[in-house]
Design a protein around this ligand. Structure first.
Ligand code: ASP
Length: 442
């Protein structure tokens, strides 16, 4: 297969998953609207959500989650080892990180720009603000305590990122699914493998490759469940979700979703065309299963196995690149999160009547990028860090109560943008590596 052509997958499974997504959304909204104030109907719907839809969705999610740790470790260690020399690792690593930084900064600035121009928070209904603050106050307090994140200082963010980098105990990192330490360890193992005897290295690499392949097969099993599970996951969200909240926060939601759309349909295609040198339409089309999985799981980590499999199978990314860029990206590259954080800080500051100077807005861009790097790839992970940013610019961190009710919807969207940023980066690194190889051959 010419790796530069997106494979046109003959199986139609992603259409089935999309069908599940659409059907789940519609059925959920209808269920939510038709229940009204009827108590027994409310009870029945609660049972349908918690007793049926949630467990089915969970089976799917857990099948994806169980493979994440072994898959990341095996594919990354083997990817690095197969590079052969550490100079190549440095070259690939520096390009990847630079790409992550530039795209996240662009996304954060876009979020701030959109919300700053339209100012949807400026005339926010005082009554609605009080009600929202009251009804989400306990959820907000819980977030503030999460992961010892104290919304006090920049040092808090820096320490948070640092603390999450190098583990004291590898097993603890594995059992607690701390992705950054696992990545660091896998990088070390891969780098060390390039330095040991070839025969020994080959044994280990065969083992790592077989493990990767087996994990990808488990993802294949999970994907058979996907259309039903996705239906259930989306149904749980939309059936619970009142349209009421959406009306109050409509402009905010539209602007953030609009920002996601600009990144996905304008910014990424430009990068795909000029940096990855591929046809953007084909590339995005090949990535549909990734986007659908990201949207329905709200988790970059849970999506990672699908991201790796589909990038290799449909987009022609080689395992050595996919195994390196995608796990790193799932943890560190979050353009959707950066956009959301930039935008939401502006929105909440408008609601509280706090005016941010241009300097402060640039500061927010930097903090949004930094905390997007520190955000774990699980649902709602950016919220505790968001509280730190708010405190930095003198906006009450509890203010996030205002947006908590609609956050799941935005989380689904930002996860798509987060994951697709990694997939675009993989295309770019793939192209660059190929060119470099061709140059070396001459
Ligand atoms: N759910 C997002 C992800 O997994 C992280 C976040 O912004 O909350 O990519």
């Amino acid at each position: 297969m010419n790796a530069h052509n997106s494979k046109n997958p003959s199986d139609k499974s992603h259409w089935h998953i999309l069908g599940g997504l659409l059907a789940g959304t519609i059925v959920g909204v209808i269920a939510n609207l038709s229940v009204g104030e009827n108590e027994s109907a409310k009870e029945f719907l609660a049972f349908a959500i918690d007793g049926v839809a949630h467990p089915i969705g969970q089976i799917f999610l857990r099948m994806l989650f169980i493979v994440v740790v072994p898959l990341v470790f095996a594919s990354l260690a083997s990817g690095v080892a197969s590079l052969g020399d550490l100079g190549k690792l440095g070259r690939m690593g520096s390009r990847t990180l630079l790409f992550f930084l530039i795209t996240s900064s662009f996304a954060a600035a876009l979020g701030i720009f959109l919300l700053g121009v339209v100012q949807p928070g400026a005339g926010f209904d005082e009554e609605a603000r009080k009600t929202l603050m009251a009804s989400y106050s306990s959820a907000t307090a819980e977030l503030g305590m999460k992961k010892n994140v104290q919304p006090t200082s920049i040092i808090g963010i820096v320490n948070y990122v640092l603390d999450n980098f190098l583990p004291r105990n590898m097993m603890k990192a594995f059992t607690e699914m701390q992705m950054v330490p696992i990545i660091m360890f896998a990088l070390f193992v891969g780098a060390a493998l390039t330095k040991i005897q070839t025969e020994r290295r080959d044994v280990m690499m065969k083992w790592l490759d077989a493990l990767t392949e087996a994990m990808v097969k488990i993802v294949g099993f999970a994907m058979k469940l996907a259309p039903y599970a996705v239906f259930c996951l989306i149904f749980s969200v939309t059936a619970r979700f009142g349209l009421d909240l959406l009306q109050k926060l409509g402009m905010y939601v539209i602007l953030i979703l609009g920002g996601y759309a600009i990144v996905l349909l304008l910014f990424y295609p430009i990068l795909i065309k000029f940096l990855a040198k591929r046809n953007p339409v084909e590339y995005l089309k090949g990535a549909i299963p990734i986007m659908v999985t990201a949207f329905s799981t709200s988790s970059s980590n849970a999506t990672l196995p699908t991201t790796i499999r589909v990038s290799e199978e449909n987009l022609g990314i080689r395992p050595s690149v996919a195994g390196f860029v995608l796990p790193l990206g799932a943890t560190m590259n979050m353009n959707g999160t950066a956009l959301f954080e930039g935008g939401v800080v502006l929105f909440i500051s408008q609601v509280f009547g706090v005016e941010l100077t241009l300097g402060q807005q640039l500061f927010v861009v930097a903090l949004a990028v930094l905390s997007a790097i520190g955000t774990a790839g699980v649902p709602g992970a950016s919220l505790p860090l968001l509280m730190i940013i708010l405190a930095q610019v003198n906006v009450p961190p509890d203010g996030i109560a205002i947006i908590l009710g609609v956050d799941r919807l935005l989380d689904m969207g930002r996860t798509v943008i987060n994951v697709m940023g990694d997939v675009v980066c993989a295309g770019y690194v793939e192209d660059f590596e190929r060119q470099e190889e061709a140059r070396n051959k001459q």
